[in-house]
Design a protein around this ligand. Structure first.
Ligand code: GCU
Length: 333
């Protein structure tokens, strides 16, 4: 699959240059950064990142642009890490568990009870004092910088054939998880059996019965049509998930100071727009999925939370993790 990605990425590489458009000087060449995303064009991440690209192009007088490749066309998230690291693509959105595989401190963003809500989460994800070192921690080892975070909202469980009122209803069920130890442990703690699958394979996995259910937010559930094959959505709200925008470190260092400032400003506007969109689109996704036959149920969230409580002790074992956890909780008050 990696070879295919390389070929794809190279084929489009120089396409953007030379059409700078405005200005008669014509001397500006545009560096088009490819951004890999595993969500469709209707998802808030696509919308905010597209706008980010347009803004960046305008603010850098056409020197920098972003081309967002939606729908996993550039591969799966584990492949994005490698492609961004090698500079085959410049940017990607990856879920927190992917980064947990590179630096264990990222596990904080996949644990229950760490964030109270989206606003608390976004105040932390954009706070340089709390996450600055962490975001820079992959540069030397992996040639990747973390630009910032986007909310995934609250994640809940959905099944093909029944509501999950309590964890007991998950007994014997195969639940798709992201490829990470903490998500595996989470489903095990609920008494079900975890099956790791890339996000792009979840629809077919549910349809064919490879898995009996999955867990995600309402927007990803509806925009990826999972409601068609797993119509029982139970509001377990077991954690507030996070995505991260990552960039190839060499690409980042090629930006002039001025262009880097435009990039940073554009990114701030992008995550702010994303957070706003998230709130309105969540309601809409629920209504649209219902219209498409899905059933949303309030369930015994306490029972789920209680079953997951031990994960905190199990996964927060290092000092750096505890320090980060305390800083995050401190920002909640
Ligand atoms: C969310 C998230 C994605 C992630 C997906 C998953 O939808 O935004 O980045 O890939 O969950 O469960 O894999």
């Amino acid at each position: 699959a990696t070879t295919a990605i390389t070929a794809l990425a190279l084929a489009g590489c120089s396409g953007g240059a030379g059409n700078g458009g405005e200005g008669d000087g014509g001397s500006t060449s545009t560096t088009v950064m490819k951004l890999a995303l595993n969500q469709p064009e209707t998802h808030p991440s696509f919308i905010a990142l597209e706008a980010f690209g347009e803004q960046l192009k305008e603010d850098t007088d056409g020197r920098w642009d972003i081309e967002v490749h939606a729908n996993s066309t550039l591969g799966n998230q584990d492949e994005y890490l490698q492609s961004v690291s090698q500079g085959v693509i410049d940017l990607a959105i990856v879920s927190a568990p992917q980064l947990e595989n590179l630096n264990k401190d990222f596990v904080l963003f996949s644990l229950p009870k760490v964030f109270d809500d989206i606003d608390h989460q976004m105040s932390v994800l954009s706070d340089d004092e709390i996450v600055g070192d962490l975001y820079g921690s992959l540069a030397e080892s992996n040639n990747i910088d973390v630009v910032g975070g986007l909310t995934q909202g609250e994640r809940s469980i959905y099944l093909k054939d029944t509501i999950a009122e309590t964890p007991a209803d998950l007994e014997g069920k195969k639940i798709r998880v992201q490829e990470s130890p903490v998500f595996m442990a989470m489903i095990e703690a609920l008494g079900a059996s975890p099956t790791p699958l890339p996000f792009g394979d979840v629809y077919s996995g549910l349809q064919s019965g490879v898995v009996d259910g999955a867990e995600n937010n309402e927007i990803s559930y509806f925009s990826n049509k999972h409601h068609e094959v797993a119509p029982y959505f139970s509001f377990t709200r077991h954690l507030v998930g996070a995505d991260f925008l990552i960039i190839n470190s060499d690409t980042l260092s090629e930006m002039s100071e001025e262009d880097r400032a435009a990039f940073d400003e554009g990114w701030t506007a992008a995550w702010e727009q994303h957070t706003e969109l998230w709130k309105t689109d969540t309601e809409k996704a629920i209504a649209d999925a219902e219209a498409g036959g899905a059933e949303f149920s309030e369930v015994d969230t306490e029972a789920f939370t209680e079953a997951l409580e031990p994960l905190l002790d199990e996964f927060l074992t290092e000092d750096s993790q505890t320090t980060l956890y305390e800083a995050i909780r401190g920002a909640a008050e």
